[in-house]
Design a protein around this ligand. Structure first.
Ligand code: NAD
Ligand code: MG
Length: 295
């Protein structure tokens, strides 16, 4: 049998510094340097999600896009939610998924709007004929170094999108989920090791962690699993449109034990695992993919 080659994780992906490249939020990842690697060329599926129907928020770019590509290559049909200004990224994902022979439906809209969340789940069920996996990766992040200038508008918007939206979607989805279905949320290293300039964001990620664990207990008797992924610094569009202050962006990820930022593709397998039957005894868990920081 041919041996698998050992690959050094420190140098497996881009490990240099980053250029300052601000964009309006939400940023389009197609315009980033380097473009985040979401597994477009590398992710290989093994039929682990054949016939599953998934709703993925934030599926146009970054971590959600990596999950969307991986789910489709594992045989799932997907609905991708994102914001209308991100059409360019979303259409690329749709093309990639169509090339796998799977269905990819684009449903743009704001998850910070309660009615839209209800509608998004209803349309997903209509388009895919049901819902087996709710994968939530939508999120917003704006760095601010001084609490005396942290606006109420920013605090409200961060909580509205990251926490309220996530709860509204879970609430709308649960009536459609059958035993064997699952919810996967996206928290952060920030829920465990909050940065001094991400006060509102870190709070939302701690809320996601608590919600995930509480809901997992509520839904376990129905055979529905609820878990979350806690990424460390991952090179995505979120970081260049206000997510990091300039000094932190230039050296993004270099303060982790792995000394580099991660790429979205490095999270794909964990989302697939949590969505698949292989994780049948796994619920209420938070999975760190952090370059060595402790969650
Ligand atoms: P990203 O910008 O590529 O993805 C975030 C997506 O959120 C956007 O593409 C956008 O479609 C969506 N979004 C934002 N506001 C929305 C709204 N109001 N309605 C609907 N969709 C909205 O960045 P990413 O880093 O891949 O982010 C994915 C998730 O990972 C987020 O929840 C983020 O908080 C989390 N996360 C990221 C990092 C990191 O270092 N990149 C670390 C920890 C956690
Ligand atoms: Mg995006």
């Amino acid at each position: 049998m041919e041996k698998t080659k050992l690959i050094n994780p420190l140098t497996k992906y881009y490990h240099g510094s980053y250029k300052w490249q601000p964009q309006e939020a939400p940023a389009v990842q197609a315009k980033m340097h380097p473009v985040p690697d979401c597994g477009e060329k590398s992710y290989q599926g093994f039929g682990r999600l054949k016939g599953r129907r998934a709703l993925i928020t934030g599926g146009d770019s970054g971590i959600g896009r990596a999950a969307a590509i991986a789910f489709a290559r594992e045989g799932a049909d997907v609905v991708i939610n994102y914001l209308p200004s991100e059409d360019e990224d979303a259409e690329e994902v749709q093309e990639l998924i169509a090339a796998e022979g799977q269905k990819a439906v684009l449903l743009a809209g704001d998850v910070g709007d309660e009615d839209f969340c209800q509608e998004l789940v209803a349309k997903t069920v209509e388009e895919l004929g049901g819902l087996d996996i709710l994968c939530q990766a939508a999120g917003r992040q704006t760095a601010n170094a001084d609490i005396t200038t942290l606006s109420t508008a920013q605090i409200e918007e961060t909580y509205r999108v990251n926490v309220f939206g996530m709860m509204w979607l879970a609430r709308a989805a649960v009536p459609h989920l059958k035993a064997g279905a699952c919810i996967i949320n996206t928290t952060s290293i920030q829920a465990f090791q909050p940065s001094e300039d991400l006060l509102d964001y870190a709070g939302t990620k701690a809320a996601i962690r608590a919600f995930t664990q509480g809901l997992s207990k509520q839904l376990a008797p129905k055979g529905i699993r609820v878990n979350a992924v806690a990424p460390g610094p991952i090179w995505t569009a979120l970081q260049i449109c206000g997510g990091q202050l300039k000094e932190s962006l230039l050296t993004f990820g270099s303060d982790t034990p792995m000394k580099r930022a991660g790429q979205p593709v490095e999270l794909a397998e964990i989302y697939v695992y949590l969505a698949s039957d292989a994780a049948s005894y796994v619920t209420g868990q938070i999975f760190g993919v952090t370059g060595g920081m402790f969650t």
